[in-house]
Design a protein around this ligand. Structure first.
Ligand code: HEC
Ligand code: HEC
Length: 279
């Protein structure tokens, strides 16, 4: 494996961002100012910002993942501690957007509660390195993620994994206009669709939507509006951080109304992931 494929996880990769705030000490003023601006601007504007195609500045700063580089990078992360993760979540203002326990109060923003640690860690690394940069909201997460050390990342990931998946989050469900050829959500999840070579979602995301191997995310209880948006982003290719194009390929085969029905299916899955904390 070349060094380009294997970021040094023991040295914080913060060259592009401010120095991380040590836990237990107040954040330095510049980071605070930046974040409160971010939170305010977000609430005011981002909720209705349309996704835009990534421009030249959105180019990733590092090589694409290979399955091997991803596996070893995740394995090299320090061990996460949920209690320390809760402090990071509060002190770096994650709670202000993602809710006290990782259930986001804002429509369209992802819930983090019950998420698999490996997926959360991968996303934060992807935001840091601009592998994931599908729009304004992802740019905001980039600005936040560059302030995090590998230990912060491991700790918040452990904290979210230890929270129960969101249930009945109150987000309005999409109202799909079904197309004649649509396959029912539960069928797609459990059996896929052989005629379109669609692999069952459950084979990677687990039968209860609890997540699967390595970075396959938990989906149970996820905010359905975010779920639809991110699948459409994979479909159009603006979200392209999936390591082997698996999600882009899956999303391209689904109709919009199937995506909307899948979002409701997963949002309403009565998941209980409090036991799923391993990465
Ligand atoms: C100002 C609001 C805001 C703050 C503060 C914030 N986030 Fe986010 N976060 C978002 C939004 C909006 C998204 C969706 C971005 C996108 O569409 O790519 C997001 C996405 C994420 C994701 C990806 C979720 C998924 O399902 O793919 C993770 C993980 C995450 N945030 C963790 C954090 C952590 C950890 C912190 C604190 C260090 C934090 N966020 C602070 C708004 C925020
Ligand atoms: C071959 C394995 C595989 C299959 C099959 C699969 N997924 Fe995924 N999915 C993944 C992986 C891995 C990721 C994380 C990708 C990344 O790093 O961005 C993911 C990410 C996602 C996300 C984004 C989660 C988030 O919080 O942003 C959604 C939504 C999703 N998948 C839905 C589905 C649906 C619906 C199906 C079935 C139609 C499906 N997936 C089938 C492996 C799979």
């Amino acid at each position: 494996m070349t060094p380009a494929h294997k970021p040094a996880m023991n040295t914080p990769r913060l060259a592009t961002g401010p120095t991380p705030a040590p836990l237990g000490q107040p954040l330095r003023l510049p980071s605070l100012r930046r974040l409160s601006w971010g939170a305010a601007a977000c609430l005011a504007a981002l909720v209705s910002v349309p996704a835009r195609a990534s421009d030249a500045s959105a180019a990733p700063t590092v090589a694409a993942w290979t399955p091997a580089s991803l596996r070893s990078t995740l394995a090299d992360l320090p061990r996460g501690d949920p209690a320390a993760g809760q402090r990071v979540h509060e002190q770096l203002f994650c709670a202000s957007c993602h809710g006290d326990k990782g259930v986001a109060p804002t429509q369209n923003w992802p819930h983090l509660a019950g998420q698999r640690a490996a997926y959360t860690a991968k996303m934060l690394l992807d935001y840091q390195d601009k592998r994931r940069l599908e729009g304004k909201r992802a740019e905001l997460m980039h600005d936040i993620a560059v302030m995090m050390t590998p230990q912060h990342i491991a700790d918040v990931a452990a904290f979210y994994a230890a929270q129960p998946a969101p249930q009945a989050d109150g987000t309005p469900r999409p109202k799909p206009e079904r197309q004649p050829n649509d396959v029912a959500a539960e069928t797609l999840v459990r059996f896929g669709d052989k005629s379109r070579l669609i692999t069952p979602c459950a084979s990677c995301h687990g039968v209860a939507g609890q997540g699967g191997k390595l970075e396959a995310s938990a989906l149970a209880g996820q905010n359905p509006l975010y779920f639809v948006r991110t699948l459409l982003d994979y479909q159009s290719g603006v979200r392209h951080n999936d390591s082997v194009k698996g999600m882009r390929a899956s999303a391209k085969k689904l109709s919009r109304s199937e995506i909307e029905a899948l979002a409701t299916y997963y949002a309403d899955l009565p998941g209980n992931h409090s036991a799923v904390t391993s990465r």
